[in-house]
Design a protein around this ligand. Structure first.
Ligand code: NAG
Ligand code: NAG
Length: 197
C-alpha cells in the first residue's frame, strides 16, 4: 500500500498519527471501530487524502465529450489567453497525477508528502484541484467505502506495527503510466515492518 510507504518514509507523520489513534483509543481496544470515531481522527483523514493527492491510485482519467464546449485557458508564460472549441466526441484525458502535484494549486511543497496540505486552514483551493475519485455525475461510486476501509486498516496497522523505509526517498522513485499507479523501480523500496511491543 502506497500510503504505508509514505508513512514509513516519514516517521514523524507516522508518529503523529499513532499518537492521534492512541488518544482516541487510550485503552488500545481497536476491535470495534465506529464511523463516529473515524470522523474524530482528523490527522488520519489528512494523511489518507495526502496520499491520494501525491500518489493518486488512478493517475489519469478519460472522458468522451458529449457536446461541443468552449474551454478558456488563461494567459501563461509567453502566450496570451486562448479560447478553444472542444468538439463533441473528442476524447479528453485528464492528467490527474500531475494536476494534483501542481504548485499553482498546492504551493511550493506540492511534490512533497505533507499531510498539512489538507489542514483546515488550507481548505480554500480550486474545487477540481483534488479529484482522486473523479468528480461530478460519473465519479467513482466506491469512494466512501474505500476511504472507510483504508482508514480502518490504517488504525489497526499503525497501532500494532511500526513501518520504516531506511534509505528510501520518495523523490528517487519513478512511476509507470497505466490505469493504476505503479512503481517502475520498486526494488529500491526497502520496506520494513516491526511489531510494537
Ligand atoms: C498511549 O497513551 C498512554 C497514556 O498517555 C501511554 O501510557 C501509552 O504508552 C501510549 N501508547 C502508545 C502506543 O503510544
Ligand atoms: C465518443 O462517443 C461517440 C458516441 O458514442 C462515439 O461514436 C465515438 O467514437 C466516441 N469517441 C471516442 C474518441 O471514443
Amino acid at each position: 500500500m502506497i500510503l504505508l510507504m509514505c508513512l514509513a518514509i516519514h516517521l514523524d507523520y507516522q508518529k503523529k498519527l499513532r499518537e492521534e489513534i492512541n488518544e482516541t483509543y487510550p485503552d488500545g481496544n481497536i476491535a470495534d471501530i465506529t464511523i463516529t470515531q473515524l470522523q474524530q481522527l482528523k490527522y488520519l483523514d489528512m494523511v489518507v487524502h495526502e496520499s491520494l493527492r501525491l500518489l493518486t491510485t488512478v493517475p489519469m482519467n478519460m472522458r468522451n465529450v458529449s457536446s461541443d464546449f468552449k474551454m478558456h485557458l488563461p494567459a501563461k508564460d509567453d502566450r496570451g489567453a486562448i479560447t478553444a472549441l472542444v468538439p463533441k466526441n473528442t476524447l479528453v484525458v485528464l492528467d490527474v497525477f500531475n494536476m494534483q502535484r501542481d504548485e499553482a494549486h498546492w504551493g511550493p511543497n506540492a511534490k512533497k508528502f505533507d499531510p498539512e496540505h489538507f489542514a483546515e486552514s488550507k481548505s480554500e483551493r480550486h474545487p477540481y484541484a483534488f479529484i482522486p475519485f473523479s468528480k461530478g455525475t460519473r465519479s467513482c461510486i466506491g469512494w466512501r467505502y474505500s476511504l472507510l476501509l483504508t482508514k480502518i486498516f490504517l488504525v489497526k496497522l499503525i497501532s500494532s506495527f511500526e513501518f520504516q523505509c531506511p534509505g528510501t526517498k520518495l523523490e528517487d522513485l519513478h512511476f509507470t503510466e497505466g490505469i493504476s499507479l505503479k512503481f517502475h523501480d520498486s526494488q529500491k523500496i526497502n520496506f520494513q515492518i516491526r511489531k510494537i511491543p
